[in-house]
Design a protein around this ligand. Sequence first.
Ligand code: PNW
Length: 457
Amino acid sequence: MSQAPVFPDGFLWGAATAAHQIEGSPLADGAGPSIWTRFAHTPGMTLNGDTGDVACDHYRRWKDDVKLMRDLGLQAYRFSVAWARVLPEGTGRINQAGLDFYSRLVDELLANGIEPLLTLYHWDLPAALDDRGGWLNRDSADWFAEYASVMYKALDGRVKKWVTLNEPWVITDGGYLHGALAPGHRSLFEAPIASHNLMRAHGAAVRAYREIGAHEIGLVVNIEPKYAASDSEADRVATRRAHAYMNEQYLHPALLGRYPEELEDVFGAAWPEWPKQDFELIRQKLDFVGINYYTRGVTEANDSYPLKAGSVRQPLATYSETGWEFYPKGLTDLLVWFKQTYGDTPVYITENGAAMYDPPAAEVDADGRGRVRDPLRTAYLRQHIGAIHDAIQAGVDVRGYMLWSLLDNLEWSLGYSKRFGMVHVNYATQQRTPKDSAHWYSGVIRSHGRSLAEPLP
Ligand code: PNW
């Protein structure tokens, strides 16, 4: 980038986390268990048997963590609420101590000039609701709207940006189709039902917000542009299927009120007839859409189940520790596609970042003044923020960037083995050390993006 980039006034720079990945103390102060507490305590479900019992101990260190955010200059912080802290049985009885935790966190953020973006559901369903069928139960839309309403009443005076669900695709694909994530089911027949009920729950929560809330609410999806691996008819058809499955399965119903046709082909006999009125519930006016972007997919036709499509590795590309290709231009393409397909709904990038090999904690000295050199992460961030700037220049209304993640944290079933943080966490001491990428990102925030034009350190 030779000329200093210009980001719109009010473009919000922040970082993101999720409750189960950082908080620890999942059962403290009257909280109920979630499906993730159960799943991680089931032998064989997570790498090394890692659980969220301690994680980054943010439940006890939240005040210091907010100070860290302020020192880094963050303008916004995206976090999620653990439903079972607030409603231990998922519905009914409110646990005031759980609600107070988030209320104090929000006060502390505001006192430090940091805007809270609150995600209602980042994968930790109360276990008591899983016992009632979880997302397979059509009542889940009412359960979610009840919980959401408790949160709106408590916090809408102070929280001005709300997110219903984080990544319904991952919830279903990981939790109900392939079983790598909680609740660990593997069923082609359950997957579309879980997805559909998640989207009904999203719609019900937005509807409830319009009664109670006075600010903004949106949905967060993870999307990945799909490029055909070749010009062959087979690869092109497979690419369409992969795109419909991952990208349109959620955005189409939320914004257009229908599913893409290809899903019938993907799910075959497992694809039900949906009640027409469900789409009136699902399609609600959204104040914004949050997009989580990590990588692209170069797609070929193959025999993988059930999509009959998969990604091919690019021999000359760079890959992260989670096996995701660096492809910043995909983010520009995706944002332009979003605007062309869905119109002018404002967008936030609600997650973007990469797990890298970082030098081990031993290189951080006892006072925590050591350095963590992570030039690959900085390069990744710089190129992706540049790609967002390109999309803004092409006319896409992007309003903010939330780096994933503030802290190294629990990467779900991959445990603590993958580090996405701009701040290093020593899990033995809970020492936090901003990596080089965090110092670099602080400079980006301070200059409102203009420092992107400078050469990398
Ligand atoms: C997101 N994929 O998950 C989540 O919102 C975070 O909680 C998570 O830590 C982060 O990204 C990094 O993984 C994803 O397979 C999981 O495309 C899988 C995919 C995308 C996002």
